[in-house]
Design a protein. Structure first.
Length: 118
C-alpha cells in the first residue's frame, strides 16, 4: 500500500500563487510516478499534471500549462505542484495520486481545497 498526504491548499486572490505538497509513504518503490487531479463542485474529476519518478518527465493539462509546475524530490518521496497566475476556475479540491504504471492511478490522497477569489 501507498499512503499520500497532501498539504498547502488555501484561499488566494486571482493572480496569486500556491504550492501544494504531497508526501508518499509505504511501498513507494512500487510506484511509477505521481500526479495531481482536481474536482470542482458539480464537475467531474480532471487530470492536472503528472511526473515520472525515474526521469522527471512531466505532462500537463492544457488548462494549466504554463501556469502550474509539477516537481519531485525523490529522496523525500514528495511531489509538489507550484500554481501561479491562479484563476477562479482553478477553484477545486486537489488530489494527489500515485501511479503504478502509465495512467494507472491506484492510490489517492484525501484532497486539499484550493479556492481562488476574483
Amino acid at each position: 500500500q501507498v499512503q499520500l498526504v497532501e498539504s498547502g491548499g488555501g484561499l488566494v486572490q486571482a493572480g496569486g500563487s500556491l504550492r501544494l505538497s504531497c508526501a508518499a509513504s509505504g511501498r513507494t518503490f512500487s510506484t511509477y510516478g505521481m500526479g495531481w487531479f482536481r474536482q470542482a463542485p458539480g464537475n467531474e474529476r480532471e487530470f492536472v499534471a503528472r511526473i515520472r519518478w525515474s526521469t522527471g518527465s512531466t505532462y500537463y493539462a492544457d488548462s494549466v500549462k504554463g501556469r502550474f509546475t509539477i516537481s519531485r524530490d525523490n529522496a523525500k518521496r514528495t511531489v509538489y505542484l507550484q500554481m501561479n497566475s491562479l484563476k477562479p476556475e482553478d477553484t477545486a479540491v486537489y488530489y494527489c495520486v500515485a501511479a503504478v504504471g502509465p495512467g494507472q492511478y491506484d492510490y489517492w490522497g484525501q484532497g486539499t481545497q484550493v479556492a481562488v477569489s476574483s
